[in-house]
Ligand binder design. Structure first.
Ligand code: NAG
Ligand code: NAG
Ligand code: NAG
Ligand code: NAG
Length: 164
């Protein structure tokens, strides 16, 4: 469903927000946790915050896929707990090194009247050991957890105004 919405959105997006992407604060990723069990599943979760003064929204994102497979969201985005956010693996090397893609849809009255006031921001954040993750493995299990004192910034690289 999100994939379809994204394609429509990309095709129909005509207006680019007047707010330059460079002045938009990056998304903030905290509490990333990834836990893999060989022959079973990998579970993944993180919290994302959009500090943009227009929204200041937060969501928890989580996903489960078969360990060793690449059944995590890649080209399409998977919705987060707060469905105004969605995420994917912009690139995935291993448990201890991946780049998160994050999209967030919110309302910016400055760009138009309802329903033409929807902005979608896209960001990417690099989560890896040792800068932001601490990883351990034992037997058939491996886990990584984000350092509690490190916030991963996911700078906004694209902004589109969504037309419905
Ligand atoms: C979810 O996102 C919307 C839009 O960004 C925001 O208005 C709302 O407060 C958010 N909900 C939570 C629980 O953060
Ligand atoms: C593994 O994840 C799939 C969904 O991705 C789920 O259907 C299955 O029950 C999970 N298996 C275990 C053992 O948790
Ligand atoms: C991500 O961070 C790691 C460690 O800091 C670095 O080696 C790697 O080049 C970075 N990757 C990207 C895509 O920025
Ligand atoms: C975060 O804490 C760890 C140990 O708890 C420390 O090694 C690391 O330098 C800290 N990182 C930052 C950016 O403060």
């Amino acid at each position: 469903m999100f994939a379809t919405a994204f394609v429509l959105c990309a095709l129909l997006a005509t207006a680019v927000s007047a707010r330059a992407a460079t002045t938009t604060p990056p998304f903030e990723v905290t509490r990333a946790k990834i836990h893999a069990v060989k022959g079973c599943n990998t579970t993944f979760e993180f919290t994302v915050y959009d500090p943009d003064p227009l929204t200041k929204a937060m969501a928890m994102c989580s996903y489960t896929w078969e360990t060793g497979s690449s059944a995590y969201p890649q080209n399409e985005y998977a919705p987060c707990g707060n469905t105004s956010f969605a995420w994917n693996m912009a690139s995935y090397t291993d448990l201890d090194s991946f780049v998160l893609g994050i999209e967030h849809v919110f309302t910016d009255p400055a760009i138009g009247a309802y329903p033409y006031d929807q902005v979608t921001n896209f960001g990417k954040g690099n989560v890896s050991m040792p800068d932001s993750l601490w990883c351990t493995s034992m037997g058939a299990q491996a886990s990584c957890e984000q350092h509690v004192n490190v916030t991963v910034k996911a700078p906004i690289y694209a902004t589109i105004a969504k037309r419905r």
